[in-house]
Every structure is written in structure tokens, then in C-alpha cells.
Design a protein around this ligand. Structure first.
Ligand code: SAM
Length: 227
């Protein structure tokens, strides 16, 4: 059994910082956890709050998603819900899914009205909201380097599983940095092609700066519209 699937009692990184006194039981030891990002949902949120306080705009991902004028969005690896909550605020039908219970708990506490699902992107099945239940989502968004935090070796399965959640003509929009994982943009495009998706855009930023060949990219793959 891969280590990541084992139910485990591990030391909570927040405990080392004195925030939590006892080990915390978790269902999954994810790379995200190992890297320490999931020390606690509210700790993760603090970073975004500080950026906002400095006057920085923290909803570039939501802006780009809305540029495609979707009705329904699956926020894949939603974490504490930063993107999903903003999309819900803008009136979209949105569902958030994440494998980390504590990140999801934070999301749920901030927006109990949004549908939050505990699941692994490799195999979770999420019905679209309302009328979209049978036709899939207009956009699946992977914000905040999610593709670089999934278990190494599962990337193709994640892309294939998310592709099957797309409506005809729907898009997967993903931003991630190279170097956190062996995954390359060429690999990612290959996995998308194998899942029946076409490369539509690659930009350097969420506000659609042309791709500069650098280590960060925002990529859009599309399930081809019906002929
Ligand atoms: C850097 S956080 C990004 C959170 C959010 N998308 C944002 O931009 O604020 C990465 C998230 O990916 C989630 N994640 C990693 N592997 C996953 C998997 N296999 N299934 C579901 N979520 C996963 C982690 O639990 C974590 O919440």
C-alpha cells in the first residue's frame, strides 16, 4: 500500500510551532502535508489575508475562470476555499473537492452554503450542481500548484478523472510551477491529450500574459465542443 494511502498518526507541523499539542490523526499523508503547507487551514489562509492587507489582488484565478463565462465550476484541490468561495460570491454553481480534511473544514466554516467534498482527485466522482449533474462542469480549476502537490505518479490519473467531469466544450484550467515535482508541461499536455483534451492556451500568469517559457504556467485544456 503506498504510504500516502495509509491511515496514520503523524506529527502535525503546527504542533512543532506550538500551535497544537497532540499528534493529529489524518487519513492521508499527502505531499502537501509533507511539505508542510497543510499545517493548518487557518495558517494557510493567513498568507492570503496578509497579501490582501497589502492591497494585493488574490482573486486572479477567479477572474480567469469567469473570463470563460462558465455556469458551473469544480474547484479541484480547493484547500480552504479561496477560489470556490469567490466564485460562489459571483453567482456561479461551484463545488470544492480536497483530500485534506482540515483544509476542507476551514473552507466549510467560511462558506457552509458551498458544497465541499472530501475526496482524492485520482478517483473522486462529483456530480455537477443542479442541472449540470448529468452534463459535467464547464470549468475544472486547479489553482495554487495543485498538480505539483498530487502524489508523484498519479498525475495522469488525476487529469483523466477530472477530464471525465467536464461538459462538452468544458475546460481544465491549471496553474503550477515546475521543479516542485518531476512533472513537466509536456507531460501534463500528454496526459490531457490521452484524456481526450486539446491544448487551448498556455499563459505565464492568471491575467493571460503570454507564456514566456519560464517555470510557471497557467494552462487551459478543452474537451472539444461537439462537431
Ligand atoms: C497549495 S494548496 C491550494 C489550495 C487552493 N486551490 C488555493 O489555491 O488556495 C494544494 C491543495 O491540493 C490538495 N491536494 C493535493 N493532492 C490532492 C489529491 N490527490 N486530491 C485532492 N486534493 C489534493 C491539498 O490537500 C491542498 O489543499
Amino acid at each position: 500500500m503506498p504510504r500516502s494511502w495509509a491511515a496514520a498518526v503523524i506529527e502535525d507541523p503546527a504542533a512543532r510551532a506550538g500551535a497544537v499539542t497532540a499528534p493529529v490523526r489524518v487519513d492521508r499523508v499527502t505531499r502537501w502535508w509533507e511539505i508542510g503547507g497543510a499545517s493548518q487551514g487557518d495558517v494557510y489562509d493567513d498568507r492570503w489575508k496578509r497579501m490582501e492587507a497589502r492591497g494585493e489582488w488574490i482573486h486572479g484565478e477567479a477572474d480567469l475562470v469567469c473570463w470563460f463565462e462558465p455556469d458551473s465550476v469544480l474547484d479541484a484541490g480547493c484547500g480552504t476555499g479561496r477560489v470556490a468561495i469567490e466564485l460562489d460570491r459571483r453567482g456561479l454553481d461551484v463545488v470544492g473537492v480536497d483530500v485534506d480534511k482540515r483544509m476542507l473544514a476551514e473552507a466549510r466554516s467560511k462558506a457552509p452554503n458551498v458544497r465541499w467534498i472530501l475526496g482524492d482527485l485520482t478517483d473522486v466522482t462529483v456530480a455537477g450542481p443542479g442541472d449540470y449533474a448529468t452534463r459535467g462542469f464547464d470549468v475544472v480549476v486547479l489553482a495554487g500548484n495543485v498538480m505539483a502537490f498530487v502524489e508523484i505518479g498519479t498525475e495522469a490519473a488525476v487529469v483523466a478523472n477530472l477530464a471525465r467531469h467536464l461538459a462538452v466544450g468544458g475546460r481544465i484550467v491549471s496553474g503550477f510551477r515546475l521543479g516542485l515535482t518531476p512533472l513537466t508541461f509536456a507531460d501534463y499536455d500528454r496526459f490531457a491529450a490521452a484524456a481526450g483534451l486539446e491544448l487551448e492556451h498556455r499563459w505565464t500568469t492568471w491575467d493571460r500574459e503570454p507564456y514566456d517559457g519560464g517555470s510557471y504556467a497557467v494552462t487551459v485544456h478543452r474537451r472539444p465542443p461537439a462537431a
